[in-house]
Design a protein around this ligand. Structure first.
Ligand SMILES: [Zn+2]
Length: 274
C-alpha cells in the first residue's frame, strides 16, 4: 500500500475512499479532498482562509493530485488528498512571504484552532511553499478535531480587529538582509555597539526607537520593568533585547529567531493590539 509523506494511504480516488468536491464559500474545488474527517478539517481551513486571510479564487485552488514531491521519491500529500493549494498563482512555491505579516499571523491562528493537525508550507525550514497546506496528524487525531468542528458547525467569527497600533509607522531603516541582533552575529547583525549609521541615525537610536514602540503598545519595557530590566532601553543589543524580540515574535505568531528584522519591525507598527 502506498503512503503519502504524512502516512495517509495514497492511491486512486476509489482506493482512498472517495473525494469530497463540495464548494467552499461558493468556490468549486474540482479535484476535491479526501472524503470524511480530512475534508471536514480542510474545508474549515479553506473557509477560514477565505474569510480571514484572502478570498478563495476560483480555479486557483487545488486538492487531490497523484504525484511525487518535487525533487523526492516520497508521494506528495496531495496523492492521499490530504493537502490543498490555496490561491496558488499568487503564492508560488519557493517564494517567501507572499502573505503579509498580518496574514501570516492569521494563518497561524487558524492552524492553532485546528490543534495544528494542518501544517502550512510557508513554515517549511527549506524551500517554502506558501500556497500549500497539509494534514500532518494521524487519522485518530484528525477525527477528533473534525468531530469538534462538526459538533459546532457555526464558523468561528473573524477574530476581533483589535486596537490599531500607535503611529506613524517608521520604515525599517536597514538594507536588505541586515537585521538588529547581537554583536556576535556578523556584519549583517547590527548590534548598536559600534555606532554604525543607517538612514541618518545610529543603530542604537533605531533599536531604542523600536523598543519604544513596544512600550507605546503597552509592553512593560525599561529599567526595573519586565523587559530590558537591567540596562534599560540603551540600544545595545544583548540578551535582554534578544528576550524582548523573542517574546514579541511569539506574541505576534511570527517565527521566533530573536532577530529584529523587517517583519518583526513592521509588526510593531502595523499589527493591531489585542
Ligand atoms: Zn501543494
Amino acid at each position: 500500500m502506498a503512503l503519502s509523506q504524512n502516512g495517509w494511504k495514497a492511491g486512486t480516488p476509489e482506493e482512498i475512499g472517495g473525494l469530497d468536491t463540495s464548494k467552499v464559500a461558493g468556490v468549486g474545488f474540482p479535484q476535491g479532498v479526501r472524503r470524511g474527517p480530512a475534508a471536514v478539517v480542510l474545508h474549515y481551513l479553506l473557509y477560514q482562509l477565505h474569510t480571514r486571510v484572502e478570498p478563495l479564487r476560483a480555479g486557483w485552488c487545488w486538492g487531490y493530485h497523484y504525484k511525487r514531491i518535487e525533487g523526492s521519491d516520497d508521494l506528495s500529500n496531495h496523492a492521499s488528498a490530504t493537502a490543498v493549494d490555496y490561491n496558488a498563482p499568487d503564492h508560488p512555491m519557493g517564494k517567501r512571504n507572499t502573505f503579509s505579516a498580518a496574514q501570516r499571523a492569521e494563518i497561524r491562528r487558524i492552524l492553532a484552532e485546528l490543534d495544528d493537525v494542518v501544517r502550512w508550507g510557508g513554515d517549511y525550514e527549506g524551500r517554502p511553499d506558501d500556497m500549500h497546506f497539509e494534514i500532518v496528524a494521524g487519522v485518530a487525531k484528525v477525527e477528533r478535531v473534525a468531530a469538534r468542528l462538526t459538533g459546532n458547525p457555526a464558523p468561528t467569527p473573524p477574530s476581533k480587529p483589535g486596537r490599531p497600533a500607535p503611529g506613524p509607522e517608521i520604515p525599517y531603516p536597514l538594507p536588505k538582509r541586515y537585521f538588529f541582533g547581537p554583536e556576535s552575529g556578523g556584519d549583517e547583525s547590527v548590534s548598536g555597539v559600534h555606532a554604525r549609521r543607517f538612514a541618518g541615525h545610529t543603530d542604537r537610536y533605531w533599536i531604542q526607537t523600536w523598543a519604544n514602540q513596544l512600550r507605546r503598545r503597552g509592553w512593560p519595557v525599561g529599567q526595573g520593568r519586565r523587559y530590558l530590566t537591567r540596562a534599560g532601553n540603551d540600544g545595545k543589543f544583548g540578551p535582554e533585547y534578544d528576550q524582548l524580540v523573542r517574546a514579541f515574535q511569539r506574541d505576534q505568531a511570527l517565527s521566533v529567531d530573536g532577530e529584529l528584522g523587517p517583519m518583526t519591525w513592521a509588526a510593531a507598527y502595523r499589527n493591531p493590539i489585542r
